[in-house]
Design a protein around this ligand. Structure first.
Ligand SMILES: *Cc1c(COP(=O)(O)O)cnc(C)c1O
Length: 388
């Protein structure tokens, strides 16, 4: 086994330098406790950016994945496959969606949604209504279309020209109407913006937006890539807001640690995509889908109540800490505005054995949904010390 310095030097030499990494590598874990190559244990308040829904080393999940792995690891989309069929049924029955397209990542799920929105509008109204409106501060992915739809300037350096007909609105109806202006086919939102700094949208804005979209036959796309799959204490975060999106995208936590993306089409958009319109070699991979079936079957009403209770517990404790200015987010998706620099807080937490994330100047907490009280308390005590 390589030691940390060997791993780091190969990475520095051979991996494209797109990531700023913290100086640690992990060799294993159990739940929300990870084992470092340095021999230390770490409490995980990041879950691989909301991916490891049930943490590391989860026996039931490993059983579901390996059982499928022993059958067959991949089939092309020219053929049928049980795990994908079952997962699509589960997603539709749980949400009321009518059809699902599977991809491998959140960016691809959004790419699919944006393409489908343009086709929906083209079929019904012809040309001239291709515009996608996204919100300022949003994050929707790294493909050129989803990067264009990402409403943060710093992601847009170097890569122009961008996809035409994408506009950015502040989260208020006047700005939405100015941007949409008869030319929009869809508005894409995250009900809680993740990368943008764990910003909760105002529920009355989300409801007004949904009503406006219905009135103008503009599709409402909810990007649930980060907020989805139980993270906020509902299966999908739009459920907190009482709205009915036309398309929902999800990814990160859906398969609990294997690559997957899903684009869910509700009534109006059910049959927009037709043979050869869209595809993905790995989309619907049987191992990823078997993993996701296991994850979804365990996101029960009882688990969602636990997520809400754990979120409240963490918030109640954090509120009392010196150096905490404000809290945002829902459930186990928590943004902490700190008196100290967030990146410095994250680095110092790591040194003391706690992984936290940052997002746009805030500390961001996204633990596995099955984190234990002992793990929460250990993580909180490190955070308390570092924030003070
Ligand atoms: C992470 C994220 C994406 C991109 O997902 P990838 O799997 O990295 O392509 C898109 N939207 C939101 C809201 C995300 O948090």
């Amino acid at each position: 086994m390589m030691n940390f310095e060997e791993i780091r030097s190969l990475d520095a030499e051979y991996i494209a330098h797109t990531y700023g990494r913290y100086p640690v590598a992990f060799t294993g874990g159990k739940g929300a406790t990870l084992y470092g190559a340095d021999g230390k244990e770490y409490i995980d308040f990041g879950a691989g950016i909301a991916v490891n829904t049930f943490g590391a080393g989860d026996a039931e999940w490993i059983e579901a994945v390996t059982a499928q792995l022993k059958k067959i690891q991949h089939v092309s989309n020219y053929y049928y496959s049980e795990p994908a069929s079952k997962l699509a049924e589960m997603l539709c029955k749980r949400t009321g969606a009518k059809k699902v397209f599977f991809s491998n990542s959140g960016g691809e799920a959004n790419e699919c949604a944006l393409k489908a929105a343009r086709k929906y509008s083209f079929l019904k109204y012809g040309k001239g209504r291709a515009k996608i409106v996204s919100l300022k501060g949003s994050f929707h992915g790294r493909t050129l279309f989803t990067l264009t739809a990402t409403g943060q300037e710093e992601f847009h350096r170097y890569f122009d020209p961008f996809v035409p007909e994408v506009g950015y609105a502040a989260p208020d109806m006047r700005d939405i109407e100015r941007e949409a202006d008869g030319s929009a086919c869809a508005v894409i939102i995250e009900c809680v913006q993740g990368e943008g700094g764990v910003n909760d949208l105002d529920p009355s804005f989300v409801r007004s937006l949904a009503e406006y979209c219905v009135r103008h036959d503009i599709l409402l796309i909810c990007d649930e890539v980060q907020t989805g799959n139980g993270r906020t204490g509902k299966l999908y975060s739009y459920e907190h807001f009482g709205v009915s999106p036309d398309i929902v995208t999800t990814a990160k936590g859906l398969a609990g640690g294997l690559p997957i993306g899903a684009c869910l089409f509700f009534g109006k958009t059910e049959n927009v995509l037709q043979p050869s319109d869209h595809g993905s070699t790995f989309g619907g991979n049987p191992v990823s889908c078997a993993a996701a079936c296991n994850v979804l079957s365990r996101i029960t009403e009882e688990l969602l109540l636990e997520v809400q209770a754990k979120g409240e517990y963490l918030r109640a404790k954090l509120k009392g800490f010196d150096g905490v200015r404000s809290l945002s987010g829902l459930g186990l998706m928590i943004g902490i505005e700190t008196a100290k620099d967030a990146k410095e807080v994250a680095a110092r937490c790591l040194g003391k054995g706690l992984l936290v994330l940052t997002a746009h100047g805030k500390v961001r907490v996204l633990p596995p949904l099955n984190i234990t009280k002992i793990e929460m308390d250990e993580g909180l005590s490190i955070l308390k010390e570092v924030l003070r």
